[in-house]
Write a protein that binds this ligand. Structure first.
Ligand code: GLU
Length: 482
């Protein structure tokens, strides 16, 4: 089977995190089976759709590495155009086919009349909300055509068959839609614009979409779509309705759960691979239960059988942790380049040697989840000359051994003419404190740390001290000794 999948966003806003997950699953599946990933723009809401949003969503997809094979900018003449607003003649043509077969009918009912019809059918115990107006009657077609000839514009309503529909969904299993679930529905508005369920089916059919992977919020739409496939005598695609993303409070994911637009994650320096990794896991599981991977690594493992039917809880803490894992996988030389691009102009980082920079990022990346966090961390650990009198530090300073270490270190750093102390130098100091001052164990390590860093805890001194400018060590020692 030739696999063709699609991501079909409406360009009415930024790319939502849930949309990104849908796009990712479709992309992964197309790559897993050597299929085609289509980008289709569902812009029939002419008022809310904006070309800028289409561009922004495309940029976000690109940032995530979710690249389409076909779309408005990569058309295949057999299937395009890829913007629904450019396919209106196609929708009209197919609606006409349904009219000709009496599977759909012209409807001139006004909104007010519709309300009255609904109220009446409810009062009579009919199917609440189902259209039962006069235009449903096939005999009304002649009158309808007269009105059209006179310039009136009807909606086109699909005649919903009164029978059960059954969907074999790849995620939800068997879903039965009872016969009375939906009544006749509008497929073309009087404005000439198609409705979502209708144009979605026409497009999926003509674009030969084999699999539709989308959020389960569309599950209730699918019955209308199945009806239309049947009317067109077309085989429906295989559907996989993936569970929705929810917040910790089990409510639908919204802004109060954190950023919901992909571009905000980009601005906050999340790594695209980390976001893809985390989104993949929200609804799909790795066969080896692996948590950390790049999307290219799972392409060969991705299938539709490992989707979870349960809602996926969006957990920012876990996402941040995943980001940290990916940050640690970046090579030091790449991290140096990226950090150099975001430190403020004139920052001390920029004027260090290449070796220093690599060692610095190697140390910092163990401590943070985001590259941006490296800057305050570096300022505080390496360049900060101030002594912050924490309770921990006060305690260490109160030990009778500590002043001895401070005065020794103060004298020693005062003698240094180099810009940085070496690890060997640190060992010499430590040996002296141990042997000549007779201070061992905790009082030695903590006292040395206090004297050199002005802090009660932090990274291993053997990594930290060779990165700290001697000028800073001198200032700290002077402040501690004062
Ligand atoms: N434009 C629809 C949406 O953004 C697409 C739904 C579908 O995948 O069929 O929700």
């Amino acid at each position: 089977m030739t696999v063709r999948v699609r991501f079909a966003p409406s360009p009415t806003g930024y790319l939502h995190i849930g949309g990104a997950r849908t796009a990712l699953y479709n992309w992964l599946y197309s790559k897993a089976v050597g299929g085609t990933f289509v980008l289709r723009i569902e812009d029939t809401d002419l008022e809310r759709s904006k070309r800028e949003y289409e561009e922004l969503q495309k940029q976000d997809l690109k940032w995530l590495g979710i690249i389409h094979d076909e779309g408005p900018d990569k058309p295949n003449p057999k299937y395009g155009p890829y913007r629904q607003s450019e396919r209106l003649d196609i929708y009209a043509k197919y609606a006409q086919q349904l009219i000709d077969k009496d599977l759909a009918y012209y409807d001139f009912t006004t909104d007010e009349e519709l309300e009255a019809i609904k109220a009446k059918s409810e009062a009579e115990g009919g199917f609440a909300g189902h259209y039962q107006g006069k235009w449903k009657n096939p005999e009304m077609k002649a009158e309808a055509l007269k009105k059209i000839a006179a310039g009136e514009k009807p909606a086109i309503r699909f005649r919903a068959p009164m029978k059960d529909f059954t969907l074999q969904d790849k995620v939800k299993g068997e879903v039965v839609y009872p016969a009375d679930m939906v009544g006749d529905f509008v497929i073309m508005r009087s404005s000439g614009l198609p409705t979502y369920n209708y144009c979605c089916v026409v497009d999926d059919m003509l674009m030969e979409i084999s699999h539709v992977i989308r959020g389960e919020d569309h599950l209730s739409n699918t019955v209308r779509q199945l009806m239309l496939y049947e009317a067109f005598k077309a085989k429906p695609p295989i559907f996989a309705h993936v569970s929705l993303l929810i917040g910790q409070d089990r409510q639908k994911l919204s802004k109060r759960h954190g950023a919901t637009s992909v571009h905000l994650y980009k601005e906050e320096h999340y790594l695209p691979e980390a976001l893809c990794n985390y989104l993949t896991l929200l609804g799909w599981s790795h066969p080896q239960e692996t948590d950390i991977f790049e999307k290219n690594e799972i392409v060969s493992l991705f299938d539709l059988e490992r989707f979870s039917a349960h809602s996926a809880i969006y957990d920012l803490v876990k996402l941040k942790w995943v980001n940290g894992q990916h940050l640690r996988k970046i090579t030091n030389s790449d991290l140096v380049k990226e950090l150099a691009a975001i430190v403020p102009a004139g920052h001390a980082f920029l004027s260090q040697s290449a070796d220093w920079k690599e060692k610095c990022v190697d140390l910092l990346k163990q401590k943070v989840d985001f590259i941006t966090e490296m800057i305050p961390m570096m300022d505080q650990l390496i360049f900060d000359e101030e002594i912050e009198m924490s309770d921990e530090l006060k305690d260490i300073l109160s030990w009778e051994t500590t002043p001895k270490i401070i005065s020794y270190i103060s004298a020693e750093v005062g003698k240094l003419s180099e810009s940085y102390a070496s690890e060997a130098q640190l060992n010499t100091w430590s040996e002296f404190v141990k042997k000549d001052l007779g201070i061992k164990g905790k009082p030695l390590f903590m006292g040395l740390r206090a004297a050199l860093t002005g802090k009660g805890h932090g990274p291993d001194l053997k990594h930290l001290i060779p990165l700290t400018p001697v000028s800073v060590l001198k200032k700290r020692a002077a402040k501690l000794g004062a």
